[in-house]
Design a protein around this ligand. Structure first.
Ligand code: K7E
Ligand code: CUA
Length: 681
């Protein structure tokens, strides 16, 4: 804390840093100068070397750049053609998409369409592979075309990101999506069968055999109607444990199950690793069971749900829960197996540990030995010990909540409390034994010592605030490089801030969000803000950052006639010379090829009232040879990547002459890549 004060006040420190910075820059110019003169000596050409340093200094001065600005630029600037070291997969918030961002440049590389139609990727505009996935996510046939994406989770092997799969949840509708990182496309959306909204997902077990989706606002399981007056009896919380089949690349509902929980609002979970593997931890709030109704003179939720000093961290024996579910000790909700609360208590699957006021999230330390929880209304972050939790469970002495769930004694299971600041939320970790906690109210990111120093066991355990850095502005999650793995990389932290106020040009009352890149490579007090990146979507919650060399996506599909949905050869693959139009009564099936710079066929004759099934194969295997395809009026828009076979269907309800064309500028004769569809009345 003292150090933080010093940092806030410390003009002296800043000044001396500035001097050091200037000296560094001077040194850099010297190096530039020397390397230029070397080049000259080699080539014997006569460009004036002094122009380099002179220009750079003049530019810095003209733009008003401070020494800190210049080092930040040097640490992030990534020259044209040079690739980034890390890739951030960020929730696209309300866009229902996923951001792919390179670090340290903070360049957006892609947005992956997930819950929301997206034209460029041809997602949701006819292509069967996208329509089927989006439709899987409809609820009782109600078309849902957006998602409130919250928490992306990279697949792991032995607790380390393996770069193969990405999962993300939709809080608004309790859905989970599976993205294949071979082609960065969404392959599956599952709707949670027993809940209408979720929050605590996605989190994977260390080998990605299971994907966790925790609940949020309690409701009767299966969202059956029940009056709010029956809250304590009929309303319930839940956590759903989805089986993931890595070979098939799909979540398997038939092998998945849920656990019934008390109607506290389960919030955010994390899965145990190493020593705590096989356990699951979720925080909760509203253990008051406030039911709102401010319009009838009841206390509003915000006060009703903040009465008690403690809520409950849920401690779930995941391995044992899986055994219980597989033994069939469940009941059915909408055909989905659920472990009842009574069974969970009897079988010792569920314990509570008190956690301070309005907690938000649980974060498991890289070694799996500590669970970190922060209460938004408590300036401390609370660290639980897995060993102590196990000892308390073994001791078998506890009080219970009104449902009979064991509540472990707070003092028995807490390892430490660290005063980090106002409004602490989420915690991440690095490779140096530091933890980082976002402080929503300050707003800032706190660096604190996670029980270290690990190197010297003779020293007293160190649980203390080390440093802070202000962020702009309201920080929610933070993400460190490989921060959720058993071996975080440190180096970078991205602060995911809401509402940027003054960071960017005014673009009206709806403010951009702001991802801020922070250098966390130096120990102690040396956190440096490197870059502000506006995000034109609200509101991206969480991100994970993976080492770029762990990703090895395809450049083109493995063979011509590939179905990206099944990741196997398509039965409708059409090679050059096989193009045809088949008619069977009113059903017309078209087999088309696309190649620079034509579609075959170029004339398609239909009758009004036909049902049309149309397959297009991009027969090219060149890296950048993507073709688009659109038909006016029928809302068809496709992206057909090299090797891909895509299928779409429509009813020819409108007659006329329709020109279809390629929407990607694929060649000099791209404008000629067109054809006519004639629909006879
Ligand atoms: Cu804190 Cu949904 Cu993870 Cu947002 S949640 S910030
Ligand atoms: Cu193909 Cu333009």
């Amino acid at each position: 804390m003292e150090r933080w004060e010093k940092q806030k006040r410390g003009s002296q420190i800043r000044w001396s840093r500035a001097v050091v910075g200037l000296v560094l820059i001077a040194a850099l110019f010297m190096v530039l100068l020397m390397s230029c003169s070397d080049d000259e000596a080699d080539t014997g050409e006569g460009a004036a070397p002094s122009a380099v340093s002179g220009d750079a200094a003049a530019i810095a001065e003209a733009r008003g750049l401070t020494p800190d600005d210049i080092t930040a630029a040097l640490k992030t600037y990534t020259p044209s053609g040079v690739h980034d070291d890390y890739v951030l997969f960020g929730s696209g918030g309300h866009s229902g998409q996923v951001y792919v961002v390179g670090l340290p440049s903070m360049r957006i590389l892609k947005k992956i369409a997930v819950f929301t139609p997206e034209p460029w990727q041809g997602w949701g505009y006819g292509a069967a592979s996208s329509m089927e996935v989006l439709e899987e996510g409809f609820v009782n046939g109600n078309p849902l075309t957006w998602g409130d994406t919250h928490h992306p989770a990279l697949s792991e092997t032995a607790g380390d990101y393996d770069g193969e799969w990405l999962f993300i949840n939709d809080k608004a509708n309790a859905r989970l999506a599976v993205i294949d990182l071979r082609d960065f496309e969404t392959k599956q959306i599952v709707k949670n069968p027993i809940a209408l909204n979720d929050h605590g997902g996605a989190f994977v077990t260390p080998d990605t055999e299971w994907v966790i989706e925790g609940g949020q606002y309690a409701a009767p399981l299966g969202w059956e109607y029940s009056s709010i007056d029956n809250y304590a009896e009929d309303y319930r919380g839940m956590v759903t444990i989805w089986k993931f089949d890595r070979e098939a690349g799909r979540l398997v509902p038939e092998e998945s199950f849920a656990m019934e929980l008390p109607p506290y609002w389960q919030d955010l979970c994390d899965v145990g690793k190493l020593v705590s593997a096989g356990w699951l931890f979720c925080n909760s709030f509203n253990t008051e069971m406030a039911t709102g109704g401010v319009e009838s003179g009841n206390p509003p939720f915000e006060t009703g749900a903040s009465q008690r000093d403690m809520d409950y961290m849920h401690i779930i024996n995941l391995d044992k829960a899986i055994e219980v579910a597989q033994a069939g000790n469940t009941f059915d909700v909408k055909g989905f197996p659920v472990i009842s609360l009574d069974t969970a208590i009897e079988e010792g699957l569920l314990y509570f540990a008190p956690e301070p006021k309005s907690p938000h999230g649980v974060s498991i330390a890289p070694g799996g030995e500590y669970m970190v929880v922060s209460g938004k209304l408590d300036p401390h972050t609370t660290v639980y010990s897995f060993d102590k939790i196990q000892a308390a469970i073994a001791a078998g002495e506890w009080e219970t909540d009104v449902y009979g769930v064991p509540i472990l004694d707070f003092d028995d299971v807490v390892e430490a409390q660290v005063e980090v600041g106002l409004g602490p939320l989420h915690t991440q970790f690095d490779d140096k034994g530091y933890a980082y906690t976002s402080l929503f109210l300050e707003p800032a990111v706190a660096r604190w010592s996670l029980g270290g120093p690990y190197a010297d066991l003779n020293e007293e355990p160190d649980w203390s605030l080390v440093s802070k850095i202000p962020v702009h502005y309201n920080v929610g999650h933070i993400s460190t490089a490989e921060g959720d793995t058993v071996s975080p990389d440190g180096k970078y932290l991205v602060s995911l801030n809401k509402w940027a106020i003054d960071r960017f040009l005014n673009v009206g009352p709806l403010l951009p969000q702001n991802f801020q890149l922070i250098d966390i490579n130096e120990p102690g007090d040396n956190l440096q803000l490197l870059y502000d990146m506006p995000i034109p979507d609200g509101e991206p919650h969480y991100a994970q950052i993976i080492k770029a060399d762990k990703l090895s996506p395809w450049e083109v599909y493995p063979e011509v006639g590939w179905d990206p949905h099944t990741q196997s050869p398509s039965p409708y693959a059409t090679l050059i010379g096989e193009e045809r139009i088949e008619r069977d009564g009113n059903n017309v099936e078209i087999f088309m090829t696309a190649v620079r710079s034509h579609f075959t066929p170029e004339h398609v004759e239909l009758q009004k009232g036909d049902h049309v099934t149309w397959h297009i194969t991009n027969v090219e295997q060149t890296y950048d040879a993507t073709h688009g395809f659109t038909i006016p009026l029928y809302n068809i828009n496709l992206s057909i990547e090299p090797g891909e076979t895509t299928t779409f269907e429509f009813d020819a309800t409108e007659d006329g002459v329709f020109s279809y064309y390629c929407t990607e500028f694929c060649s000099a004769l791209h404008l000629e890549m067109t054809g006519y569809m004639f629909i006879e009345p």
